[in-house]
Write a protein that binds this ligand. Structure first.
Ligand code: C5P
Length: 231
């Protein structure tokens, strides 16, 4: 069973994907973490972020790894755990260069598809999972929320991680990422064909996951009994 969840930053898709996967007892894939770790690699190596060939070459070098745990993703760069570092504002401010690179996207989408084939069942989230990586997914969701709500959520996470940021900076970063994610030439953020749209502005994460489970059951897909996999 492949389930895709796409949407903009702060829409709640990562938490929903993680909880949904736990409830379904299948792995989840945070594809944003892939773009983030390549961004960190490019920043550390001083790669020219406007040099398409250099970016694709850096991404292909493979000095990084994602370890898919049942409830988390551990990212490593040259053996160093960078799971927290890739969430920093420094990385968020530069992902757009990496995300706009056709060479990097081709490579990462191939890896995502290989993970899907290997694992068979997956909840995968990002910007292009239902449109490009898994167009034949069993079920596709597109989650969104108003930008003020999304910024408040992101701010909360960043402050919890000890970052010194304010709401205005987070809003500006989200606006910029929304713009570049939607307008880029390759795999722009769009509502995939056949996707179910969920506006999470006024919903708790529990309500979002329950809504998704209802759609999954309605599609005739198997949902394990609640209890040990409850969210
Ligand atoms: O989801 P997250 O905010 O962690 O993603 C970081 C960035 O990676 C996004 O702003 C977007 O530019 C890029 N991305 C993408 N395609 C994906 C996942 C993330 O372009 N499938």
């Amino acid at each position: 069973m492949i389930i895709t969840i796409d949407g903009p930053a702060g829409s709640g898709k990562s938490t929903a994907a993680r909880k949904l996967a736990a409830r379904l007892a299948i792995p989840y894939l945070d594809t944003g973490a892939m773009y983030r770790v390549v961004t960190l690699l490019a920043l550390e190596d001083g790669v020219d972020l406007n040099d398409e060939a250099a970016l694709a070459e850096a991404a292909a070098r493979g000095d990084y790894d994602l370890d898919l745990g049942p409830t988390h993703i551990r990212a490593t760069l040259r053996g160093r755990d960078v799971s927290e570092e890739i969430r920093s504002m420094r990385v968020s401010d530069h992902t757009r260069f990496i995300a706009a690179s056709p060479g990097v996207r081709r490579l990462l989408v191939e890896r995502q598809q290989a993970i899907g084939r290997r694992l068979g069942s997956l909840v995968t989230e990002g910007r292009d999972q239902g449109s490009v990586a898994f167009p034949d997914a069993d079920l596709k969701f597109f989650v969104d929320a108003d930008i003020q709500k999304r910024a408040e959520r992101r701010l909360h996470e960043l402050l919890a991680d000890g970052e010194e940021v304010d709401l205005a900076q987070v809003l500006e970063n989200l606006r910029q990422r929304d713009r570049t994610d939607s307008q880029r030439a390759v795999a722009p953020l769009t509502v995939p064909d056949g996707a179910i749209r969920i506006d999470t502005s006024e919903l708790s994460i529990h309500e979002v996951v329950e809504m998704m489970l209802t759609h999954i059951r309605r599609a005739g897909l198997q949902v394990p009994d609640a209890g040990q996999h409850d969210v």
